[in-house]
Design a protein around this ligand. Structure first.
Ligand code: PEP
Ligand code: MG
Length: 889
């Protein structure tokens, strides 16, 4: 196996082997662009090292051969005293892991070669500064010396000279600093700083291998769901210097604006500096366009290269470059990150330029980006004061009065105030406050902190980890940088899409993308912006491409109409229990608790016309499209009076010797029906089987509503769905009754009705016996909420707020299985049920209506699993359409 590739040997498609940076350096070399010569050690070599603790046997010789070739090209040897070749050793994994792994610059400098470098460069200060940087970086990342020790020595040198910036230290100061740094290394490691350049290089390569398994890198991979077994490549590259005087410098460039997608000259340049100076923010950069004035030849060359790269990669590229004494060098390029809006605009622009086709364009955008564009946002033109920036944890724009505890959040919001809950960090006790607040702001914690996870789950705006804020919950206030104090009740605004925090009220504007989906903004219209145009085109690409149909979870005509505007092709789940909340809850309560047939019939009679009217409205809104109505599936406790409240009422009445017979009877019944685990209790089909007449009433309401719509020349397409079935026998009994009721309505109305009857697959047993269940079901809809709950044994109402944060932090899963389908567990049951169901009934219609139906990654899974449709909440329909299109490419 070959472990080392010269930059002239690789190409951009070898990212697995050469890492992203190495593959792109090779690609630029192949294109004839000015890349400093070098070579890449493969990820395979890293994997061997990580597995055995030793470099592969052949590596040393291969590195020697490539180094010799490099020295030949450069006309100087690594660390050669009179004219040293210096190299950088940089990590480069397949996926970018910014700042997570190690880099060492200026390898090859030593007590001997530093003088040579000074003479060659004609700059003593530069040479000694390069040497002290090497000892500092090498000491910290390769030898594991505490970096603060070097920083302290540097500060001491500056203080001794009464200066504040590094650049005020001269060659003599830096020489002394080198001595001090070497002493630190010797004291901390027990050995002198290595003077042999080859030893420096080998140790640095090993350190990069090891940094793959550094704590920071492991955590980052868990969060970003990057596999742990990829390993990193190592790039050894000849050094070029941007800090050799005013005709040198370093910069970054983008071939398009990563914020808007517009083509143009975007980037920053810093004269007489190295890349790390830019990152450290020691001096201010100038806009890239200024380079034209500073060094026109290099500027023109850079622009030509940017065009070559964009046409070659057919995408926005970002670039790092250095100019060494008037000579331009390309240090890195990659397909650049961009905002959601830019992603859509760039994708359509590239189609128009003929660089990519529609299918490729679909791969350039994501449902998550579309979702981001659908949140309301702050008015860009508003004059506001940004005071801090945290992590953009859950998108949206929220404005409200700052409150510092959950209790106040709940109290104030009940009296109609809009509040932002501000905490250092949140815990499960804050849940009520989080629900009551418009948004959540914390000064601690990252993207998987409790606040972030729970807020995302609730779809609530959240900025977390805004560390510049000093939150003092005891005194109910926070201090922003600069010292200004925000008291309880002061208005603040937080932007969950950017992480920005503002004082005062920032005006919120609706998303133009939602205006478009709602039909209030039309592509092609004069006021339509380019983004709407781009989204419209991408949605048409997706609709033309996708196989999966997209339906909505909707329980009333209003939601159904919105879903239709958003592109729903039917309703995949109408939860009828939602129709019985509010005033009608009592009717269901009476039905469940009825002792006599008369009482029961009276409740059913009262419910029937109400239900029928619900369905008439729904069928009208969805005329011509399928509407799957699920028969009642309440966890029983939601429909019964609260047992504690009722007990108190009875006890009080007893004490006061007031009449309380009815209450007592009710309490006894509630006791009788009380369940420890209502979600596993008397719900779904079980309720339909034990409460006589309940399902029959609902089926009758559906059938009569359909008949009425038909009589009105409508085209109702109802489907009847039975929840929580575990065995085919349950379904058969319900079916028999339903068929009888439908026949009765047909006879009474003289209308032929076509009402398919199917079931939810939401229990493991149902999935495992899907072949039998399909005998009695014309369709399946996977209820992945309950299926996840029962397969994992996770209470869906509790776990996300209790221990999921810990699970996410430990990397047990990268995302909640209630959010993204657990492919290996729940997903494999779904696949098996699909196969078994279709084996019994080849034309079985298959869909999913759990929350996963609107989750991007899950949509891809359902496409692959061969479902016919996904069903999700109206607001997520565009995302599902887009992802279904992407999945089909
Ligand atoms: C499900 O369990 O996935 C489902 C859609 O039903 P519900 O969420 O109403 O239990
Ligand atoms: Mg369910």
């Amino acid at each position: 196996m070959k472990f080392v590739y010269d930059f002239t040997e690789g190409n951009k498609d070898l990212k697995d082997l050469l890492g992203g940076k190495g593959a792109n350096l090779a690609e630029m070399t192949r294109l004839g662009l000015p890349v400093p010569p070098g070579f890449t050690i493969t990820t395979e070599a890293c994997k061997v090292y990580l597995a055995t603790g030793e470099e592969p046997a052949a590596l040393r010789d291969e590195v020697s051969a490539h180094l010799a070739a490099l020295e030949e090209t450069m006309g100087k040897k690594l660390g050669q005293p009179d004219n040293p070749l210096l190299v950088s050793v940089r990590s480069g994994a397949k996926f970018s892991m910014p700042g997570m792994m190690d880099t060492v610059l200026n390898i090859g400098l030593s007590d001997a070669s530093v003088e040579g470098l000074a003479r060659q460069a004609g700059d003593e200060r530069f040479a000694w500064d390069s040497y002290r940087r090497l000892i500092q970086m090498f000491g910290k990342t390769v030898l594991g010396v505490d970096g603060d020790l070097f920083e302290e020595a540097l500060d001491a040198a500056k203080a001794a000279k009464k200066v504040t910036v590094d650049t005020d230290l001269d060659a003599e100061d830096l020489k002394k600093l080198v001595t001090a740094f070497k002493k630190i290394v010797e004291k901390e490691t027990g050995r002198a700083f290595p003077q042999d350049p080859r030893e420096q290089m080998d140790l640095a390569i090993r350190a990069v291998f090891e940094s793959w398994n550094g704590e920071r890198a492991k955590l980052y991979r868990r969060q970003e769901r990057i596999p742990h077994d990829l390993g990193t490549a190592v790039n050894v590259c000849s050094m070029v210097f941007g800090n050799l005087g005013p005709d040198s410098g370093t910069g970054v460039a983008f071939t398009r604006d990563p914020a808007s997608g517009q083509q143009g000259v975007y980037g920053d340049y810093l004269q007489n500096a190295q890349g790390e100076d830019v990152v450290a923010g020691i001096r201010n950069t100038v806009p890239l366009a200024e380079l034209e004035r500073i060094d026109k030849a290099s500027y023109d060359q850079l622009l030509r290269i940017m065009e070559i790269l964009e046409n070659h990669y057919k995408d926005l590229c970002d670039i790092e470059f250095t100019i060494e004494r008037g000579k331009l060098w390309m240090l890195q390029t990659r397909v650049g990150k961009r905002t959601a809006a830019a992603a859509f605009r760039i994708a359509t622009q590239l189609v128009d330029q003929g660089l990519i086709d529609e299918a490729e364009a679909l791969q350039r955008v994501t449902g998550a980006q579309l979702a981001q564009l659908m949140f309301p946002r702050f008015d860009e033109n508003a004059e506001v004061k940004q005071v801090a920036r945290g992590i953009a944890a859950s998108p949206g724009a929220a404005v409200g009065k700052a409150v510092f505890d959950s209790y106040t959040a709940v109290k104030w919001s009940r009296s109609g105030e809009k509040v932002i809950l501000v905490r250092r960090e949140t815990n499960p006790d804050d849940l009520d406050g989080m629900i009551a607040a418009e948004g959540i702001l914390t000064s601690r914690g990252g993207k998987t902190s409790h606040a972030a996870v729970v807020a995302r789950g609730m779809g609530k705006t959240c900025v977390c980890g805004a560390e510049e804020l000093e939150v003092d919950t005891k005194r109910r206030r926070m201090t922003v940088p600069g010292g200004q104090v925000v008291e309880e009740g002061d208005v603040i605004s937080i932007d969950g899409s950017t992480g920005k925090v503002y004082l005062g009220e920032v005006p919120v504007v609706p998303s133009p993308v939602v205006e478009y989906f709602e039909g209030r903004m039309h592509p092609g219209a004069e006021d339509a912006d380019e983004l709407v145009e781009a989204v419209h085109r991408m949605m048409s690409f997706a609709d033309r491409t996708r196989r999966l149909r997209v339906r909505a979870n909707a329980d009333n005509a209003e939601d159904a109409l919105r879903a239709r505007r958003f592109g729903a092709q039917g309703i995949g789940l109408c939860r009828t229990e939602h129709m019985f909340l509010g005033d009608r809850r009592e009717l269901v309560e009476r039905l469940i608790l009825a002792d006599t047939e008369e009482e029961r019939d009276a409740s059913l009679k009262a419910l029937l016309p109400l239900q029928k009217q619900d369905f008439v409205e729904l069928f009208e809104a969805m005329d011509g499209l399928p509407v799957t109505i699920r028969l009642l599936d309440p966890p029983l406790h939601e429909f019964l009076p609260d047992i504690t409240e009722l007990s108190v009422r009875v006890a009080l009445a007893e004490a006061r010797q007031e009449p309380h017979e009815n209450e007592l009877r009710l309490l006894q019944a509630v006791h009788r029906l009380h369940e420890q685990n209502p979600m596993l209790g008397l719900r779904g089909v079980r309720l339909g089987l034990v409460v006589p007449g309940l399902f029959a009433m609902q089926v009758r309401a559906i059938a009569e509503a359909a008949a009425e719509r038909k009589a009105a020349q409508g085209d109702p397409r109802a489907e009847i769905m039975i929840p929580l079935v575990g065995t085919v026998q349950e379904l058969e009994i319900v079916r028999e009754e339903a068929d009888r009721v439908i026949a009765e309505v047909e006879a009474a109305t003289g209308t032929k009705l076509s009402l398919p009857i199917g079931t939810m697959i939401e229990l493991p047993r149902a999935a495992l016996t899907a072949g039998q269940i399909a005998e009695a079901a014309e369709f399946f809809s996977f209820g992945t909420n309950d299926l996840t709950q029962t397969v994992w044994g996770f209470s869906r109402d509790d776990v996300e707020a209790s221990f999921f944060t810990a699970y996410l932090e430990k990397g047990i899963f990268g995302v909640s299985p209630f959010e993204t389908i657990d492919k290996d567990g729940v997903g494999s049951l779904v696949k098996a049920a699909v196969a078994a169901g279709r084996a019994t009934r080849p034309d079985l219609k298959l869909g999913v209506c759990g929350e996963h139906g609107g989750d991007p990654e899950s949509v891809h899974f359902f496409h692959e699993a061969g479902l016919d449709y996904v069903s999700c909440s109206p607001f997520r329909i565009p995302v599902a359409r887009l992802e279904a299109g992407r999945a089909a490419c």
